[in-house]
Design a binder for this molecule. Sequence first.
Ligand code: NAD
Length: 495
Amino acid sequence: MELMPDATLTSLQLPPCALLINGQWRQSAHSFPVVDPANGQVLAQVASASLDDAAEALSAATNAFTHWRRSTATERSQLLQRWHQLMLQQRERLAQLLCAEQGKPISEARAEIDYAASYLNWFAGEALRLEGDWQHPSVAGRQLLNIPEPVGVVLALTPWNFPAAMVTRKLGAALAAGCTVLLKPAESTPLTALALAELAMEAGIAPGVIQVLPCATPDPLAAFLIASPQVAKVSFTGSTGVGRLLMQQSATTLKRLSLELGGNAPVLVFADADLDAAVTGIMAAKFRNAGQTCICINRVLADAKIAPELEQRLAAAVMALQVGAGQVDTVQIGPLISAKAVQKVQQLVEGAILQGARLVCQQRLPAALQPGPAGGYFFPPTMLADVTMQMGICQQEIFGPVLTLQTFTDEAQALQLANQTDGGLAAYLYGGDEKRNYRLARQLTAGMVGINATAISDARIPFGGVGSAGFGREGSKYGVADYLQLKHLCWELAE
Ligand code: NAD
């Protein structure tokens, strides 16, 4: 198996590995390393924001808000469009950075850059569609106006698994609404965010509208900013545990919150499903980003009548996946983000087997991909059957390339198994009976349901979950609403 990066890939063009405050790139007293999870090599040392840096960034964002909120929607739309175009022009550079720091295969990295850029394009359009309304007054001569206004300075906290798309999904909406932003990217993947901010500056977005604060230890920095009444809103994408903590911290100053948290997505496969389509859809949605996406399939629930055939087909597909460094063009499964992530997935698999799960198949990784001094956080594609909802592997996000299979005998049991979760982001179902598909889709505990489809992400859909998967919607026409508040004007006009 070829393990070296494709020779056609040029060397990385790093962005400024610094803080962006008020349009200036600045170093800080401390820095932290960003490593390539495929080999543990340090890609860059990035400045780590201190509380003083955060205070300065907040003051810059607060000052910039006074101007940015008064810019016209057309200006904001044009700037977002320019940023979008620059992203597409630098698609290959951005994809390589993303692939290097996050580990996902280069083809997925390129697709993420396109997807991330599409949010800027989308919100450039939404900026032009911001509307208020006028109401008939109950008293003659009055004018009643409802005007959407930007909420103010936004703290955006983004995760490592989509280092580009989670940034543009938040910043595109915030900027379209007229808000200014403090962005704290995940500590393992700040380079993509910094490169995006560099392009935002090149696009002409005014100093202070976007601050970027990479930070080795996010907790004190985020707590400091959340305690400030000058921050109007926190938009967070990440784990459910951290989401809960941020909600508690936000209570004192009554912040607006958008929480995009973890999922535990089921896919139901009925006996009348098109199995070719189901296998293709399941493999794509289970193994995208080595299983590290929030809408990854966590549980395959199959009708007992077709479970043996589905198991056989999926096992063959799992064993055929090519594992290796993401830079290799043909690789489908890159490394996990960290050694800790590998350990967690290993524990989930071992725990499930101890509780009675059956190991259907597991790839043997070549020596070069085994964990060792060279780093390389690879986990072998694995499939387990006979799992139950009592097992940890069904109760939490696996976040690794492990497919689990369980069976159901009728629709009621399928639904009951699928909904055994305290929240839901995505759910999927494959079946040939459209009435049943609709009936089930309406009853699944999830914010988004794919029906005979798993590739559901799109800038135009309202992305978000229910219950412990969080609240708020990103993307779509609803995505900007989270950054706006209505002001009512009751205007007494002398006739
Ligand atoms: P995480 O919660 O560890 O971190 C997310 C962000 O929060 C990072 O920027 C991190 O530095 C910061 N953070 C961590 N601890 C913090 C604290 N105490 N205070 C303030 N900020 C803190 O999550 P992660 O491991 O980076 O990302 C994976 C998680 O994100 C998964 O659970 C995944 O399902 C979820 N996710 C959800 C969506 C969605 O749209 N719902 C999308 C992508 C990822």
